[in-house]
Design a binder for this molecule. Structure first.
Ligand code: HEM
Length: 365
């Protein structure tokens, strides 16, 4: 029988995530499934590899793609993809729409355009009859990625030894699987939470109106959203963060294993122990949050909600939706740009509500 410990104490969580050579990702367990999914011979990828030369090569190679300069360059694509979705939704105004499906398509197209310089057209038509647009797009992305190894992925790997096609294909698969569902569902949950809480929705709209990003009687024609608006959308960002706190997409969090006997705070954890950091439990623990079951956007800002006897450092560490340390989310800058822009642009154009069929069955937290 294997020993397991669950860690939710913010200081210890940070310690676990920081000790990446003593407490490694549990590759042989949950993560190895991704190897089989993405590589014919089950070889590891950036997400599932130990911290070895291969991981360092790929992580270093892709990092520039997510630099602030590059993310800013990709902003125009995010706006274009959202405009495409908005014009389709305009036509469907009043009719039921599967919003989660629509936001998944947005994130697929964003990753395709920003990450691989290719428009997969997932947002061009929401009712194109494809039952599994994600798999279609991933396959197309992989093929395109192999063909375009020199653009832009190779651009960032030009100083590094090239990877064989099969490993590149697996890496492209990781970026699609790791990036599109996480970001797409995050957007859908945020739209759900904001739209279900009138007072929050009103404040988001007031912020959008203040920044002249939505039509008002005084300003019937709003201006186009710009990259620098993202930093100004502080309340909207908090509303998204608070939704990520209550409904984190990677609810299970991360799974690690001790490679040797390891001291964790006052505890000695034997070698081979599974160390589990469950994000949803940490983000919703009454030990760490005053009112964990209430949707109060201002409190999502680390440090704003009181936490008895804790420093602001501990308050910051209790909310790590992108994990932390060496194995944190490499795509978080793209995710942030994507979800803030999409939520802002969609709410500036539409009011969302549940359809009558589902209303009795859904009780927002
Ligand atoms: C809201 C959206 C996202 C969330 C909440 C999120 C969350 C996370 C978390 C918690 C991890 C650590 C997983 C673990 O230790 O088991 C992670 C890793 C990772 N994420 Fe994200 N992610 C998001 C979007 C993205 C995007 C857009 C990309 C790329 C396009 C991406 C690519 C990756 C990769 C490659 C890793 C593995 C990094 C490594 O092990 O070195 N993610 N993400």
């Amino acid at each position: 029988m294997r020993l397991a410990v669950v860690v939710t104490d913010p200081y210890l969580v940070a310690e676990v995530l920081g000790k990446d050579t003593e407490i490694e990702k549990s590759i042989e367990g949950v993560y190895s499934k991704f190897n089989v999914l993405l590589h014919a011979h089950g070889k590891p990828n950036i997400f599932t590899s130990h911290i070895d030369d291969y991981w360092k090569l790929v992580r270093k190679g892709v990092a520039p793609a997510f630099s602030p300069k590059n993310i800013r360059k990709g902003f125009g694509h995010v706006v274009q993809v959202n405009r495409q979705l908005i014009s389709i939704l305009e036509e469907k105004r009043g009719a039921p729409v599967d919003l989660d499906n629509a936001t998944l398509r947005v994130t697929l197209d964003v990753i395709g355009r920003v990450g691989f310089g290719k428009d997969f057209g997932a947002t061009r038509d929401l009712s194109d009859g494809r039952t599994n647009v994600a798999l279609d797009m991933m396959a197309a992305g992989r093929d395109e990625g192999i063909k375009r190894f020199s653009n832009p992925l190779r651009q960032y790997m030009q100083f590094l030894p090239p990877l064989p096609d099969d490993r590149i294909a697996a890496e492209i698969g990781v970026f699609f699987t790791g990036g599109f569902e996480t970001t797409g569902h995050t957007i859908a949950w945020a739209l759900f939470m904001i739209s279900m809480h009138e007072e929050v929705e009103a404040k988001v709209l007031a912020e959008l109106a203040f920044l002249e990003l939505m039509p008002t009687p005084e300003q019937p024609t709003p201006r186009a959203m710009e990259y620098d608006d993202i930093a100004k959308l502080t309340y909207t960002t908090n509303a998204i963060k608070e939704s990520m706190r209550m409904l984190p997409v990677l609810a299970d969090g991360t799974n690690r294993t001790t490679v040797r006997d390891t001291r964790l705070g006052p505890h000695l954890i034997p070698k081979g122990t599974m160390v589990w950091v469950p994000l949803k439990a940490t983000f919703n623990s009454p030990h760490l949050w005053d009112r964990p079951d209430q949707y109060i956007p201002v409190t999502a800002e680390a440090g704003k909600q009181s936490m008895p006897d804790a420093s602001s450092e501990a308050r910051a560490k209790r909310f790590l939706p992108f994990s932390a340390g060496t194995r944190d989310c490499v795509g978080q800058s793209l995710a942030r740009m994507n979800y803030t822009t999409t939520v802002a642009m969609l709410l500036a154009h539409f009011k969302f509500q549940l359809t009558p069929e589902v209303t009795p069955h859904i009780k927002p937290p």
